[in-house]
Design a protein around this ligand. Structure first.
Ligand SMILES: Nc1nc2c(ncn2[C@@H]2O[C@H](COP(=O)(O)OP(=O)(O)OP(=O)(O)O)[C@@H](O)[C@H]2O)c(=O)[nH]1
Length: 349
């Protein structure tokens, strides 16, 4: 089985190599690497053409340069600093974080000749340093049931993430109950049932349009009666009417607290990486309407916007429990800051 890193790297490579390539362009613009074509030979004007025509000069990529002897180096100057800032902002790292990260990379390098690889490595180290403190799996507690409220806008990947998490908890020997708390959307409930089947976990549902809080209460009763280890509650994600959503979530919290005053033990906010900076706004909103305790970022496969995770870590310091890298049940992985940082900047291994 390929290591998770190679899987992450392969999936993020599709698009996030853009960041690595952009760094290469800033540090060693192709123009300065080009070697002039050989001057036409004066001494042999009548020499017949060479048997095999020379291949067209191709642009040396990083690999090509590494295979050759020396990587091009260029002095770290103001233009390079600005270029780096722009590249990081374009990668969705957020303005503040980008400026600070670029400044940190510049420190000790200003006026020195640097190579693209050195800058990629330095960036990976900076990113990993920011991510390290927030990379924490969702804690498993002795409380039974441990109640996990899952919030996030529609389409962010809540249902999929609940299914993937339930499957992982099951594999770890835990018993899980899921409550389909988005009672207003029949399709959402059906989707959750499908995921419940895949994960081998019961999904409690309620008639369309019924009160999600009363479903949460019933689910709590069942989870307690069955001695379940975890109760995961899906919720609606309609942000159009924030006041309603807030009331709905706080009602769910109120009723489950009647049974366990310490619940919910975790409130996971699921964010879609492809929304880029919008994810920052979503954290701000959901922190106001729910007591968010940790994040899961989905759809990191095939997006060039993974840098937003760095911005989130830097800005909010909320734990990042896991990342989604695909639509299948096993495509949720623990968040490893170093692997992520290296995959983000396009470093192999
Ligand atoms: N590529 C990719 N797709 C994902 C990932 N996580 C979820 N998806 C897809 O994103 C879409 C939305 O996911 P859902 O889990 O239905 O999202 P939701 O937040 O529950 O949305 P609603 O059901 O509308 O409330 C689905 O097509 C999923 O297959 C991921 O990590 N990678």
């Amino acid at each position: 089985m390929p290591s998770f890193f190679s899987k992450l790297r392969a999936r993020m490579t599709r698009s996030s190599d853009k960041l690595g390539e952009a760094i290469d362009t800033v540090v060693a613009p192709p123009a300065i690497e080009e070697t002039p074509p050989p001057a036409p030979s004066a001494e042999a004007p009548h020499t017949p053409p060479a048997p095999a025509p020379a291949p067209a000069p191709s642009k040396p990529g990083l690999l090509g340069r590494l295979m050759g002897r020396e990587e091009p180096r260029r002095e770290f100057d103001d233009a390079m600093l600005e270029g780096l800032e722009e590249v990081l902002i374009a990668a969705d790292m957020g303005v503040e974080t980008s400026l600070r990260v670029a400044a940190n990379i510049a420190e000790g390098r200003f006026g020195r000749r640097v190579s693209p690889t050195e800058i990629r490595e330095a960036l990976a180290a900076e990113v990993a340093r920011i991510l390290e403190p927030v990379a924490r799996p969702m804690p498993l507690l002795p409380q039974r049931p441990q109640v996990v409220l899952v919030v996030g806008v529609n389409g962010s990947g809540k249902t999929t993430t609940i299914g993937k998490l339930a499957s992982q908890f099951r594999a770890a020997g835990k018993t899980v109950v899921i409550a389909a708390g988005d009672t207003f959307r029949a399709a959402a409930v059906e989707q959750l049932q499908v995921w419940g089947q895949r994960a081998g976990v019961p999904v409690m549902t309620a008639p369309e349009g019924s009160d999600p809080a009363s479903l949460a209460y019933d689910a709590m009763t069942r989870a307690e009666a069955e001695g379940a280890d975890l109760l995961m509650i899906d919720t609606a994600g309609r942000l159009q009417n924030r006041a309603d959503l807030m009331e709905e979530l706080s009602k769910i919290v109120r009723v489950i607290r009647k049974k366990d005053p310490s619940a919910p033990h975790n409130t996971l906010l699921v964010l879609d990486a492809t929304t880029g900076q919008n994810a920052v706004a979503q954290v701000e909103i959901f922190r106001r309407i729910a007591d968010v305790s940790g994040l899961v970022m989905t759809k990191l496969d095939g997006t060039a916007r993974g840098g937003v995770l760095v911005a989130l870590a830097d800005k909010f310091g909320l734990p990042i429990h896991a990342i989604g890298v695909g639509e299948q049940i096993n495509d949720l992985s623990p968040f490893d800051p170093e692997d992520f940082a290296r995959a983000l900047v396009g470093i192999d291994g």
